[in-house]
Design a protein around this ligand. Structure first.
Ligand code: GLA
Length: 412
């Protein structure tokens, strides 16, 4: 009789302990890693330039070039391997890198990248197969998260191919919890192309979310791939309308990786880069870093323009006005400064007279007011790196075709 009681006691204790473990586990699982991506993440990703033609040599050489080119010191920290690094799952279901492309393994690659003062990112997908047809994470989320943690991975881009029947909120939350449980801080980048409006639900799930389909290295319009289309830079820009209220430190709208250096003109690249900075977008370069031109390097490494993107307020800029395909953008910055950008989408130069004193520029969402009637700002041209007057005077500029005039308005 006493024996039976002791046994029941032990069994009860066992179940109570289990219950506590479960409650505790769901407690610690119900969050993303905080204090990451407090400013938009900066780095490089293999997809836009190299697609599936990747291997460990390319990643190592890119890491070397990130350092020697000055990109790392300009803030580009993440080296992100996109699709097609995968080999097979083993008999226990653990994923391994392609042994021919990544013979040294991911841990060794991560160690190398870390030794350069950089961080390593990787790619998976919520479905059965990635967009490139490789094994994805559906049903293996916890296992994959543990594997990435063991390798020392710092950033995960998580795609949305082959996900029929899956609910995006559930699928991305599962991976968030798996990553958190694995215990290694990791930036979680949702790549669901904006289909289910992730900006409305992903603030506590990931650190950034794609707002659109894929970008292409072209100025305006789209590229037809048969069953799907990718979008030129200006189209992607237009798709950001109405989303700025959802972005902020630790949770960013992601208008896709950059195409700077991938075939547009230098003017177009400069405009693309400037607008991604005005949008507080993640700055993930997508070009061949080891072989980039001087012009590309100068665009990507313009510290004053990067400072607009990395401003610690983390407020996404807004389109203030449009006339004859010329757009005027503003972005509130720390200490009462503002970023100011004139984007000329025309195929001829635009001659602009801008009278700040006549404009009432108010950001009602984030409660900021330029007060041009009361406050005088110095105008610092961020591309020529020259002071060009103050907001008390009329600003006269000619903006080349497909280019920008971008300035910091410095509160006096
Ligand atoms: C999708 C993503 C791209 C890239 C490819 C890889 O199209 O949106 O950014 O990751 O998959 O196959």
């Amino acid at each position: 009789m006493i024996h039976l009681k002791i046994n029941t006691c032990i069994v009860n204790l066992f179940f109570i302990t289990l219950l506590f473990i479960q409650i505790f586990a769901s407690e610690i699982a119900a969050q993303k890693f905080d204090k990451l991506a407090l400013t938009p993440p900066m780095g490089w990703n293999s997809w836009n330039k190299f697609a599936c033609n990747i291997n460990e040599k390319l990643i190592r050489e890119t890491a070397d070039a990130m350092v020697s080119s000055g990109l790392r010191d300009a803030g580009y920290i993440y080296i992100n391997i996109d699709d097609c690094w995968h080999g097979k799952r083993d008999s226990l279901g653990f994923i391994h890198p392609d042994p021919e492309r990544f013979p040294s393994g991911m841990k060794a690659l991560a160690d190398y990248v870390h030794s350069k003062g950089l961080k390593l990112g990787i790619y998976s997908d919520a479905g059965n197969r990635t967009c490139g047809g490789k094994p994805a994470s559906r049903g293996h989320e916890y296992q994959d998260a543990i594997t990435y943690a063991q390798w020392g991975i710092d950033y995960l881009k998580y795609d949305w191919c082959d996900t029929e029947g899956l609910n995006p909120v559930g699928a991305y939350t599962t991976m968030r919890d798996a990553l958190y449980n694995a215990g290694h801080p990791i930036v979680f980048s949702l790549c669901e192309w904006g289909n289910s409006k992730p900006w409305t639900w992903a603030k506590n799930v990931g650190h950034l979310w794609r707002t659109t389909g894929d970008i292409s290295a072209c100025w305006d319009g789209k590229v037809d791939h048969g069953t799907w289309s990718s979008w030129c830079v200006m189209k992607i820009l237009d798709m950001q309308d109405g989303l700025r209220q959802y972005a902020g430190p630790g949770h960013w709208n992601d208008p896709d990786m950059m195409e700077v250096g991938n075939g547009m003109t230098a003017n177009e690249d400069r405009a693309h880069f400037s607008m991604w900075c005005m949008l507080a977008a993640p700055l993930i370069a997508g070009n061949d870093i080891a072989n980039m031109s001087k012009e590309t390097k100068e665009i990507l490494e313009n510290k004053n323009v990067i400072a607009i993107n990395q401003d610690s307020l983390g407020i996404q800029g807004f389109k203030y006005s449009v006339k004859d395909s010329v757009e005027i953008w503003f972005k509130p910055l720390v200490k009462g400064d503002w970023a100011f950008c004139i984007l000329n989408r025309n195929s001829k130069p635009a001659v602009i007279d801008f009278d700040f004193n006549k404009e009432k520029v108010v950001d009602t969402i984030f409660d900021k007011d330029t007060r041009f009637d009361k406050i005088i700002y110095d105008i610092m041209d961020l591309w020529t790196k020259k002071h060009v007057g103050t907001t008390k005077e009329l600003l006269k500029v000619t903006v080349p075709r497909h280019d920008v005039f971008m300035a910091r308005l410095i509160k006096k």
